[in-house]
Design a protein around this ligand. Structure first.
Ligand SMILES: [Zn+2]
Length: 663
C-alpha cells in the first residue's frame, strides 16, 4: 500500500468511528474528506478536523487510543532502524510475562536509550518532545502542583496558554499520573514528552532551589551611539509577575543562553505543524535542542522582534535585525533573520563574538613544522600569501591571525575589505565602498600612499586588482588576500589569470594556503580506536603500514553532549612556491603532475596528508578527514600513495634539524 492509499484507508476508519461516537456529524466528515481530496500535500483527516474546530486534539488522541488506531511504538522503533524485528519479537514475548511497557523492556536490554524511546513516543502520539530545563518552567504553574505529586509521578508542568497548562511526562499511558494532572488542572492540560531521567534531574534542581531562589532581573537597555540594543542575559530566570510575557522572556533567554553555552554558531527556531522546533548548529552540524508548544510561536517571534528593534506591528515577518547580549561577561553580537513560512516563521540567529573571532596563529591547527616555516615566511620583508577555501572554512579567521601575529608597533598594516569582519586595534582597516574594479584599484592606490609594510586586499577577483597586488609585492611589501578556489593550486591558477604571471616569473615568495574545518575529538572522552580498513584506501597507505599508526575517537560523554566531538580545528593544504613547481605551473602541466612535483620538493603538504596527520595526532577522525576531501582532490591523488617516511617528516618538531629548509 502506498502512502496515499494508507492515508485514505486510515481516514475512512477514523471518520466512521468519530461519527459513531457522536463526536462529528456525517456532514462534517464529508466536508473534511472533500477538503482532504483537494489538498496537494495531503494532511491526515484528524488534523483537518482539529483545524476546522470540529473536535479537539485530546478527543482525537483519546479515540485513537481507545480504538487502537495508532502505530505501536515498537513498530516505530523498527521502522526507524533502532531495533530489529527479532529484537522486537523477543521483547514482546517478555512483555507477556512481565506486563511492563515495551519501551522499558527495550531500555533494560540496552537496545534503545531513554531519549530514543521518548522521541518514538512523541512521534506515535504527536506530542512535542521537549528537553526539560528549569528556565522553561512557569513558576506560577509549578505552584499548583504539590511537590509530592511531582516526585511520585515524575511530571513537570511547564507553560500556561490561556487556561491550558502544558505538562511534561515520560509515559503518557500512565493512568495514575494522568488522573492527578486531570484533577489539578480541571482537565485543562496538554502533554509533552521527555526522557524520565531528565525530568527527574530538573525536578531535583527546582525543588531544592525553591527555598534558595534569588531572582535576578534582566535589564534591557539601549545603547545610544549605535542604536543597537544591548541586553544582559540573567543568570537565573526572573520570578517577576507570572504573566505570559515574562514567561516568554524566560524562554527566549533560555534558548539564547544555552545556545551560547553550547558554543552554537546559529540558532534555528522553526514553526512546524503543531510545534516549534529549536535546533542549534554546533561545530557545523545542526543538532536538535527541543520542541516547544506551537502556541508560543507568535510570542517568541514578537519577543525577538523587540530585542532586535524590529517593527512589531509589521506582520510580514521578513526581517533582518541585530542585537547584542552579554553572558558570563562576554559580549555577543546576534544577527537575526526572520523568514515567513507557510506554517509561521523561520528564525535564525547567528552568534558572533570578537573574542572568539581573533585567534593566535598557533591556535589555528597548523602542523608544528608548517607553523614554524610559515612564521619564517611571515617574518621576511616581502611576500605574497593567498588563502582559499569554501565559505565558512575559516580563511578569514586565518588571515586575521596572520595580521595579529604581524601587528607590532613598528609595522604599518593597511587593509581594504568587504566587509570589515573584526576590527583590530592598531590596524588601518578600510571598508570597500561602492563596486566595480576601478573602485578596487583606486582603493589599492590610496592604500599604497599610506606608506604600509603589510597590505590586505580582501579579495582579488579580476585582473586590475591582481596587477595592483603584484605591483605592491614587487615594490617590497607583504600582501595578503583571499580568493575563491578549491585548493592551493587552483588559487594560484586564478591569480595567474588575474595578472600574476609576471610575478611568478620574477619571484618565488608566494605561499598558497587552502583550508577546511574538521570536528575536533572531545578531549574528555578520547580513546584509541582502530578505523575500518576501507578508510585507508583513500589514503593509499600500504596494508603493511596501517598498523604503524594509532587513531582515536570520542566515545561520547557529558562534556560533548554524547557527540564525541568538541569544537573544530583547521586542516591546511600548504604550498610554498618552489622554482620547480613554478616552472611546472608556467608550462601548464596537468594537476596530478604538478602535485607530484610539489610533493617531491618537501615544500608542499596536501590536504589529504595534513588531514591524515591530524588524525594520527588524535585531533580528529579519518572519517572527518575524508568528508572534507573533494572529488577533484580524490581524483588528483588517486594514484599517489602516502609514504610513511614523508608523513613522519612532517611530524618532526625539533627546530634545529630543519633550519636549512626554511629558505
Ligand atoms: Zn566527550
Amino acid at each position: 500500500m502506498n502512502d496515499k492509499q494508507l492515508i485514505d484507508q486510515q481516514s475512512k476508519t477514523l471518520g466512521k468511528i468519530l461519527v459513531l461516537e457522536g463526536l462529528i456529524t456525517e456532514n462534517q466528515l464529508r466536508y473534511a474528506l472533500q477538503l482532504q481530496q483537494e489538498e496537494y500535500e495531503k494532511r491526515r483527516l484528524g488534523e483537518i478536523l482539529v483545524d476546522l474546530g470540529y473536535i479537539t486534539k485530546r478527543q482525537l488522541r483519546e479515540v485513537a487510543r481507545k480504538h487502537n488506531l495508532r502505530t505501536p511504538v515498537g513498530q516505530i522503533l523498527v521502522e526507524s532502524g533502532l531495533i530489529s524485528d527479532s529484537q522486537l519479537q523477543e521483547a514482546l514475548q517478555e512483555q507477556q510475562l512481565r506486563r511492563q511497557p515495551i519501551g522499558e523492556i527495550l531500555i533494560e536490554k540496552g537496545w534503545i536509550s531513554e531519549e530514543q524511546l521518548a522521541q518514538a513516543l512523541s512521534r506515535q502520539l504527536d506530542y512535542p518532545y521537549i528537553l526539560p530545563n528549569r528556565r522553561l518552567v512557569d513558576k506560577s504553574v509549578l505552584k499548583l502542583f504539590p511537590d509530592a505529586v511531582l516526585r511520585e509521578h515524575t511530571i513537570l508542568p511547564l507553560f500556561r496558554d490561556g487556561d491550558i497548562i502544558t505538562v511534561l511526562i515520560h509515559n503518557p499511558e500512565d493512568r495514575a499520573a494522568l488522573a492527578k494532572i486531570e484533577q489539578i488542572t480541571n482537565g485543562k492540560f496538554d502533554l509533552a514528552i521527555a526522557p524520565k531521567s531528565m525530568i527527574r534531574r530538573v525536578l531535583r534542581e527546582i525543588l531544592q532551589e525553591q527555598y534558595l531562589f534569588t531572582p535576578v532581573e534582566g535589564a534591557l537597555e539601549e545603547t545610544s551611539r549605535s542604536g543597537f540594543r544591548r541586553y544582559t542575559l540573567p543568570e537565573v530566570s526572573a520570578e517577576g509577575a507570572p504573566t505570559a510575557e515574562s514567561q516568554v522572556i524566560n524562554i527566549v533567554d533560555y534558548i539564547i543562553s544555552s545556545a551560547i553555552r553550547q558554543r552554537a554558531s546559529d540558532i534555528h527556531i522553526e514553526s512546524l505543524y503543531n510545534k516549534i522546533r529549536v535546533r542549534y548548529r554546533i561545530d557545523g552540524k545542526l543538532i536538535f535542542q527541543t520542541d516547544l508548544p506551537a502556541h508560543l510561536g507568535d510570542r517568541i517571534v514578537r519577543r525577538i522582534k523587540v530585542l532586535a528593534g524590529l517593527d512589531i506591528a509589521d506582520s510580514s515577518n521578513m526581517f533582518d535585525g541585530h542585537f547584542y547580549v552579554t553572558l558570563d561577561n562576554t559580549n555577543f553580537d546576534l544577527r537575526v533573520s526572520m523568514f515567513p513560512t507557510v506554517l509561521g516563521c523561520s528564525i535564525t540567529i547567528r552568534t558572533l563574538t570578537r573574542e572568539i573571532g581573533l585567534k593566535d596563529l598557533g591556535d589555528l591547527g597548523l602542523n608544528p613544522k608548517v607553523l614554524r616555516l610559515f612564521k619564517q615566511f611571515l617574518d621576511a620583508p616581502a611576500g605574497f600569501v593567498v588563502f582559499s577555501g569554501p565559505t565558512g572554512s575559516g580563511k578569514t579567521t586565518s588571515l586575521y591571525a596572520c595580521l595579529n601575529y604581524l601587528n607590532r608597533g613598528d609595522v604599518k598594516i593597511v587593509t581594504v575589505e568587504e566587509p570589515v569582519e573584526f576590527s583590530i586595534e592598531g590596524i588601518a582597516q578600510c571598508q570597500l565602498r561602492g563596486t566595480g574594479s576601478r573602485n578596487v584599484r583606486e582603493h589599492i592606490r590610496a592604500m599604497m600612499h599610506q606608506d604600509p609594510d603589510v597590505i590586505v586586499i580582501g579579495e582579488i577577483n579580476d585582473e586590475e586588482s591582481g596587477e595592483a597586488a603584484v605591483h605592491a609585492v614587487l615594490s617590497g611589501h607583504k600582501v595578503f588576500t583571499t580568493i575563491h578556489a578549491d585548493d592551493a593550486f587552483g588559487a594560484i591558477m586564478r591569480l595567474m589569470d588575474a595578472g600574476l604571471r609576471t610575478y611568478l616569473l620574477a619571484s618565488t615568495g608566494l605561499a598558497s594556503i587552502s583550508q577546511r574545518l574538521v570536528r575536533r575529538i572531545c578531549s574528555q572522552c578520547r580513546q584509541p580506536h582502530q578505523p575500518p580498513r576501507r578508510l585507508f584506501e583513500m589514503f593509499r597507505i600500504a596494508d603493511s603500514d596501517v598498523d604503524n599508526w594509532e587513531f582515536y575517537q570520542g566515545k561520547g560523554c557529558q562534556a560533548c553532549n554524547s557527540v564525541g566531538f568538541m569544537g573544530r580545528v583547521g586542516v591546511f593544504e600548504v604550498l610554498a612556491l618552489d622554482p620547480l613547481v613554478r616552472d611546472a605551473l608556467l608550462q601548464n602541466v596537468n594537476a596530478t603532475e604538478v602535485r607530484k612535483i610539489a610533493m617531491q620538493t618537501g615544500q608542499y603538504l596536501s590536504l589529504r596528508e595534513a588531514g591524515f596527520l591530524k588524525a594520527v595526532e588524535g585531533e580528529t577522525t579519518l572519517e572527518e578527514v575524508i568528508s572534507i576531501l573533494s572529488y577533484s582532490e580524490q581524483q588528483a591523488f588517486a594514484k599517489l600513495s602516502l609514504s610513511e617516511a614523508a608523513l613522519r617528516s612532517w611530524l618532526e618538531v625539533d627546530p634545529s634539524s630543519h633550519e636549512s629548509s626554511a629558505t
